[in-house]
Design a protein around this ligand. Structure first.
Ligand SMILES: Cc1cc2nc3c(=O)[nH]c(=O)nc-3n(C[C@H](O)[C@H](O)[C@H](O)COP(=O)(O)OP(=O)(O)OC[C@H]3O[C@@H](n4cnc5c(N)ncnc54)[C@H](O)[C@@H]3O)c2cc1C
Length: 384
């Protein structure tokens, strides 16, 4: 057996699910997990509904790094940033210069929030929430504020809007699109979600490009391309994620939108793998929980010397907007078809069918979410 460990970079859902699944198959092989953050385990999706669920940053943390290390029989190195991967030496370099050899390397590096290039002296005050530490700062800031503006009406923007509005904050959501969840919902679904969120007090500003953010006393003032302005206490950005690829790219690992891997989760180096928000698996970047679970199970088996290809079944995404229960199974990109929408005062049922009437995707809102299980069975796999 090799002396060198499996090294996993990243202690998010991807890194920790791989080790959890691997330990079900293999108990002896040493594993080291290197993480730039605290290394504790928490559920990232809960960050955007924590207020409604009565959770604080402390109660969101399920286990600290020592506890996870014990459970997983692994060495965890929190607050250790990897500065280089050296495939020809089969080692990595940490920021303090320490080198760690690996037998197999797993990249579970996550993604970064996109920062819009906005003008004005308030732009460095813009907050984003993509991990527990970000959320802790956000919650600290919230304690003395009332007006929150969110850039981006996508999944994360809408979930935070719902959570903050329910907790009594005045919430504005600004987006260049004409509807919420523009990439996931047909227009009727977007309009329904918008009405439901407006009913709990969320104010939307669609078709609106933000140009400048300036500090005006304790407030931030947004100036839009149409000349209108909006003052706010806090500005949160949620305009999308960009896979964290720079470390891989510098090491000569192939990168496209994400770190390019095949269905074995293998990069262009046969002992370096990637999964989670940083990875592009057979052409797909899917920054959600379910793809990570499937990828982690397949990769764990491969690392345990049982080569396994990842399969993705249909993977609907539940949008955590209790004011408007929503579940979406977007059609695979590039598939041809049309939305067929049925609307009632309490629901939108949108089915995306091809010319032969095969179901390729759906969006269910309000009471229509009851059909989720039945319709999911009819959907094709995302990746066979
Ligand atoms: C607010 C919010 C709500 C969400 N809700 C949902 C939902 O309802 N449903 C759903 O399916 N998905 C949801 N998601 C997406 C889901 O949470 C992510 O897809 C998933 O958590 C990503 O896990 P990951 O391990 O790939 O990345 P991350 O959790 O980002 O982990 C990346 C890890 O890499 C480490 N790292 C990065 N660079 C280095 C380095 N150089 N050296 C050492 N360590 C490094 C980081 O410290 C971190 O530990 C949500 C996301 C957010 C932000």
């Amino acid at each position: 057996m090799s002396q060198n460990p499996i090294v996993i970079i990243g202690s998010g859902l991807a890194g920790y699910t791989v080790i959890r699944e691997f330990r079900k198959l293999e108990n002896e092989v040493p594993v080291i997990i290197i993480s730039a953050d605290h290394g504790g385990f928490y559920s990232k999706p809960m960050l955007s509904n924590a207020l409604t669920k009565g959770k604080t940053p402390d109660t969101l943390l399920n286990s600290n790094a020592e506890h996870v290390a014990e459970q997983m029989k692994a060495v965890i190195r929190p607050y250790s940033k990897v500065s280089a991967i050296n495939p020809s030496n089969k080692n990595i370099t940490l920021q303090d210069g320490e080198e760690i050899n690996y037998d197999q390397l797993v990249l579970a590096l996550g993604a970064n929030q996109i920062r819009l290039p906005l003008e004005g002296d308030g732009s460095e005050e813009i907050l984003s929430v993509n991990n527990l530490d970000d959320y802790r700062s956000f919650r600290d800031t919230l304690t003395t504020k009332k007006e929150i503006s969110i850039l981006g009406a996508g999944l994360i923007g809408c979930e935070f809007a719902n959570d903050l509005a329910m907790a009594g904050y005045n919430v504005h959501v600004i987006d260049i699109s004409t509807q919420p969840l523009g990439k996931l919902l047909p227009p009727a679904g977007g309009a329904f979600l918008q009405r439901k969120l407006e009913a709990i007090g969320v104010a939307f500003h669609f078709d609106t490009i933000t140009k400048r953010v300036e500090k005006i006393g304790k407030k931030l003032q947004l100036t839009f391309a149409n000349g209108k302005t909006l003052q706010t206490d806090i500005l949160l950005t949620a305009v999308g994620l960009i896979p964290n690829t720079s470390l891989a790219e510098k090491a000569g690992i192939k990168v496209n939108r994400g770190i390019v891997v095949n269905r074995s989760l293998q990069t262009n180096y046969n002992n370096i793998y990637a999964l989670g928000d940083c990875a592009e698996v057979d052409g797909r970047v899917l920054p959600y929980v379910m793809p990570i679970m499937h990828a982690a199970r397949a990769l764990a088996a491969t690392l345990a010397k049982k080569p396994t290809l990842v399969r993705y079944p249909a993977m609907p995404v539940l949008v955590k907007t209790p004011a408007c229960p929503t579940v979406v199974a977007p059609p695979n990109p590039g598939t041809k078809g049309e939305w067929q929408v049925e609307e009632t005062p309490n629901s939108v049922r949108a089915l995306f069918n091809d010319a032969e009437n095969n179901l390729l995707g759906y969006a269910l809102l309000g009471t229509a979410i009851n059909e989720k299980m039945i319709l999911t069975k009819e959907l094709p796999s995302v990746m066979e």
